[in-house]
Structures are given as C-alpha cells and as structure tokens.
Design a protein around this ligand. Structure first.
Ligand SMILES: Cc1cc2nc3c(=O)[nH]c(=O)nc-3n(C[C@H](O)[C@H](O)[C@H](O)COP(=O)(O)OP(=O)(O)OC[C@H]3O[C@@H](n4cnc5c(N)ncnc54)[C@H](O)[C@@H]3O)c2cc1C
Length: 415
C-alpha cells in the first residue's frame, strides 16, 4: 500500500504529518535516528514573530568577519576548502543586502504570524500536551551603545511592519526581573513572542501521531530514490525499498544531500549550536536574548535553558568546548548573581540548524518532480515556523489554496 512518505522526523516533519493526518492522508515518517534527539529537541523553544530579518542581512558580513577571530564568538564559519561551503558563502554574500532583506520581510512575517496562531490553536486543542508555552514576549537585552542603536532601529522597523515593540530602560528591566540584577543598558521587548519546551512538544507530537496511525520507520536511512515519468515511485533505504504516493523532504541539515539524490540543488549548511539546562537560581523569569553574545535564555520555572552559537559546520556534530564556554560566560556577564555551573560534557546538547544561504526556508514543490515537496532550511526558527510550514505543505499536498503567499520560499530558487 502506497502512502505519503515524510523523510525526516524533526519538528518540520512532525508538524507536516500532523496537518496531513488531519486531512485523512496516510503518512509514514522515515528517520535514520531513533527519533529521540535531533535539532528539534533541545533548542531554545522560542516562537519569534519578531524575527522578520533573515540571517543573511547586511550587517552580518562585517560582524561575521570580526567574529571569525574569536573562539568564543556567537557566529563562526569553519574555513576549509569545500566546494559546497564556498558556494553557500557566495550565495550568502549575494543575499545579504538591503533589497533582498526588504523582499524577505513580508514573507517571514506572514509565515511567523501564521505559525504563532497555529501554536495557540494547538495549545487549546491539546491541553494535555504540557508544552510549557509562555506568552510573555521576548526581551532583547543589550549592554553596548552600538547594539542599542541596532536594536532600537530594529524596534522601529518592526513597528513599521505592524509588530509590537517596546524599548525598556534598566529600571523597566528591574521590574520584569525582580529576583536578580541584570547588567544592561536597556532592552527591546517584543510582547508578541513566546517560548515553550521543545522536548515536551516533540515527545507529545510523536506520541499523538503514533496514536493517530502515522507510521514511524526509525533507524532507517534514505539512500536514494526510484523515479519514473517525472515522479518518485520508491524511496530506497538501508532496510529496503518503500513505495511512495508522494514525498515530503524534511531532512533538516541533510536536505541538501537528499535533494542531490533527486538531481536538484538545495544549498544547505548545518549551523551548529549548543544548549544546556541549569537550575534556575535565583529565578530568571523572562525569556531573553543576550544580544551581544546572541545567547538565548529560556526559563521554565525551576529550570532554565541557555543556548547559542552558530558554527557553520556542514554536518559535523562534534562539541567545541570553547564555544560552549562562550555561552556559559555570557550568563554572569548579564546576570552577575545567577548561580551558573559549567555543564558536564554529557549534559551539553548540540543541534545542527538547517541554514539556507539567504536565511529563508524552502517550502513548496521540488523542481522537476510532481510528487515531491520540500520543507526545510528554517535555520534558527524551525520551532517557530514548523506549524505554518506543515500546514502549507499539507495544503499543497491536497491541492488546496495556500493560507499565505509562499513565493519567497521557492524550492528551486538556486537552481
Ligand atoms: C542552540 C539552538 C537553539 C535554537 N533555538 C531555536 C528557537 O528558540 N526557536 C526556533 O524556532 N528554532 C530554534 N533553533 C532551530 C531549530 O532547532 C531548527 O530550525 C529545527 O529544529 C529544524 O527542524 P527540522 O525538522 O528541519 O530538522 P531536524 O530536527 O534536524 O530533523 C531532520 C531529521 O531528518 C533526518 N534525516 C536527515 N537525512 C536523513 C536520511 N537520509 N534518511 C533518514 N532520515 C534523515 C535526521 O535524522 C533528523 O532527525 C535552535 C537551534 C539550535 C541549535
């Protein structure tokens, strides 16, 4: 019996399955891991309609170059002679200009707002999910004048696009974080942002989909495809060949390799990041980004997660302790009284963000094949954007009109 095959059981694959099963589609998810740990499980869990500017933005090139010389910096590209990396960097540089950013903003904003609305529906529909979803907003905390200027300018831009943004003084920050000192020149608060526990979301979704009859083929690696007449007929795996009605390619940082097997180009690099949980003492109450260091702070009551660093590393998954130290040292730089403890290596989580070179996801039909869809390349916003991506893919799958305009996410834009 042929079903729709989703390759990749990360959050994008799971939300796609969620919306497809609602349409009565028979779905099988294939993943080469045991589906216990991937980029979707230990990230900072932020839902960020405020993030309307893609990673490939004008300021990133100068900043990126200066960060290349520090082993603890928040962004780093592993310099090496690798054609894929050179091609990706070239496309990144080409995209990092004002014109492209302005083109991208409405697409990202609408995708984010759709996703946030879907999360709120999801929370109401599944009160049993215990997502730890907190709709308190996100504070972008800064310490330097240079970053203050950027953040305040960004707040104006966000308002221009209809998003709420408030500039906070140190005394406003003290009112929000009343338990401990925050070393800050100020902050921008985006009240429309939220955060949740990504591990809880992931486990719930997986269990729910299993109950709804979605088939999971774990520990199964996709190695190739059988094609005929502009369609893919079978997915070839290390466990055998599986017939497919339609295919959704949601392979995260490995989606470029899967696209290559199908003969089209999907430029993608893994952006490695780390996180660790700590006892939340004294309690930090508000989700924040420590802006100079790009460290995400996600409190969950008695526990708190710190995450950060973007190391363009292909698909290398080793842990670079210097970068973890960079995240760790940021904690007391901003919260001097927080009782931070350096995590043991086994407690450090790592994930590869699937980064497209222009910072926009790929959502839509693959070039050439009429039965292959792609949902990937969400970079640092995969949790935030997964519900909307899943919904849009389900709509395309069912030949329904899309909820929002998706032209900016065209899969074949680099072919
Ligand atoms: C430190 C850190 C913090 C982050 N914080 C946030 C945040 O606050 N908010 C936010 O929105 N996002 C955040 N992100 C980004 C987010 O985690 C990712 O964008 C998201 O998890 C990507 O999901 P995915 O489903 O595309 O990929 P993945 O979760 O990587 O899933 C892809 C799956 O495909 C499988 N696969 C690949 N190739 C094959 C194959 N050939 N055969 C079978 N299976 C295959 C893999 O095994 C994997 O399980 C963060 C990331 C990091 C690293």
């Amino acid at each position: 019996m042929k079903s729709t095959i989703i390759i990749g059981g990360g959050i994008v694959g799971l939300f796609s399955a969620y919306f497809l099963q609602k349409e009565g589609v028979e779905v099988t998810i294939i993943d080469r891991t045991d589906l216990k740990d991937n980029c979707s499980t230990g990230n900072a869990g932020m839902i960020v309609p405020s993030h309307i500017i893609p990673l490939a933005a004008p300021g990133m090139i100068t900043k990126g170059i200066s960060w290349m010389f520090s082993s603890k910096s928040p962004f780093y590209i592993h310099p090496r002679l690798d054609y894929k990396l050179l091609q990706w960097c070239l496309l990144f540089f080409k995209s990092a200009n004002q014109k492209q950013v302005e083109k991208a903003i409405p697409f990202l904003k609408n995708l984010s707002l759709l996703s946030k609305a879907l999360y709120l529906n999801f929370k109401d529909e599944h009160p049993e999910a215990h997502l730890a979803l907190q709709e308190k907003g996100l504070m972008m905390i800064y310490q330097t004048e240079a970053v203050e200027k950027e953040e305040v300018e960004f707040a104006h831009l966000a308002r221009k696009y209809g998003l709420e943004a408030e500039v906070l003084t140190p005394s406003d920050i003290r009112n929000v974080e009343s338990n401990l000192e925050v070393m800050a020149k100020g902050a921008v608060l985006f009240p429309g942002d939220a955060h949740l526990d990504p591990g809880a979301l992931y486990s719930f979704l997986k269990m729910y989909l299993e109950e709804k009859g979605v088939q999971f083929l774990a520990n199964t690696q996709v190695l190739g495809f059988e094609k005929s007449g502009g369609k893919v007929s079978h997915v070839l795996t290390d466990k055998g060949s599986i017939p497919a009605e339609k295919i959704l390619l949601c392979g995260g940082s490995w989606s470029g390799e899967l696209a290559k097997m199908l003969g089209f180009s999907l430029p993608m690099m893994g952006g490695k990041g780390y996180s660790f949980l700590q006892e939340n003492k004294p309690e930090i109450k508000h989700a924040s980004i420590l802006t100079e260091m790009k460290v995400a702070v996600s409190p969950y009551g008695q526990q708190i997660r710190f995450g950060g660093t973007m190391e363009i590393a292909g698909t290398n998954q080793s842990i670079n302790m210097n970068r973890v130290k960079g995240i760790f040292e940021s904690i007391n730089r901003y919260y001097p009284d927080f009782q931070a403890e350096f995590p043991k290596e086994e407690n450090i989580w790592k994930g590869l963000r699937p980064c497209s070179p222009d910072g926009l996801p790929y959502i839509g039909f693959a070039p050439v094949y009429s039965n292959v869809l792609v949902g990937s390349g969400h970079s640092m916003m995969g949790i935030s954007l997964a519900p909307a991506t899943g919904k849009l893919l389900a709509e395309l799958h069912q030949q329904k009109d899309n909820s929002i305009e998706i032209g900016g996410f065209e899969v074949g834009r680099f072919n």
